[in-house]
Design a protein around this ligand. Structure first.
Ligand code: FMN
Length: 195
């Protein structure tokens, strides 16, 4: 069987976009999925070079039925990461919508029991966030934004993380689990061959 990959979705958020791209550069066997807003925001922040530098294949949101999500039913992915995840995408995911590429990835990951790790932009009532041209701005997420994050935390097979260190740790844990599974399979196969 072909080795499974990690799917990473980016939404239209400036908050922790730079850091998400930095982590992406350190990973292998990844496919990147962009929401329509993410494609715009990456250009607006001047991060196209950082995206290209990750070296990963990039899927854009171009179809009404989100055709690439069929890859979850083909067993291509072991994990879905969504980082950064906008208030908009969090709200849609928390209420079960699947009407865009990224919300569809989350829905289909759920329906195929593939674990998701989500970094939500709205983690606290008051945040410092990166705006275009290296400016920092203050953001005050609304109660509904914080409530939606809380709601998402109750979903099965879904880890909602609140900072980049925890995101990195969650990804490493998933990679270690997947790696272990392969190792165990290998051991079992080797034992059967020896019998
Ligand atoms: C410069 C810029 C920065 C933005 N940053 C954020 C952000 O940090 N968090 C957020 O929730 N929305 C942010 N937005 C708004 C989203 O891009 C917008 O809600 C969009 O519809 C989200 O679509 P998506 O969730 O499908 O990616 C930003 C918009 C602009 C123009």
């Amino acid at each position: 069987m072909r080795a499974q990959r990690l799917a990473w979705a980016i939404t239209g958020s400036g908050h922790y976009l730079r850091e998400s791209l930095d982590i992406l550069q350190t990973l292998q066997d990844v496919d990147i999925y962009l929401s329509r807003a993410a494609a715009e925001i990456i250009r607006q922040y001047g991060f196209q070079d950082q995206l290209d530098a990750t070296g990963h294949k990039v899927y854009q949101d171009k179809t009404a039925s989100s055709i690439p999500v069929e890859r979850f039913y083909e067993g291509v992915y072991h994990t879905l990461v969504i980082s950064p995840a906008t208030s908009n995408t969090i709200a849609k995911m928390a209420y079960g919508f699947s009407d865009s590429l990224v919300t569809n990835l989350f829905a289909q990951a759920g329906k195929t029991r593939v674990p998701s790790v989500v970094f939500a932009c709205d983690t606290a009532p008051e945040l410092e966030s990166e705006a275009p041209r290296d400016n920092m701005v203050k953001v005050f997420p609304r109660q509904i934004d914080l409530d939606n994050v809380l709601k998402l935390k109750s979903f099965a097979d879904t880890a909602v993380v609140e900072d980049m260190a925890t995101l990195q740790f969650a990804i490493m844990q998933r990679l270690a689990t997947v790696h272990d599974l392969y190792l165990h399979t290998g051991v079992q196969v080797a034992e059967q061959l020896a019998d």
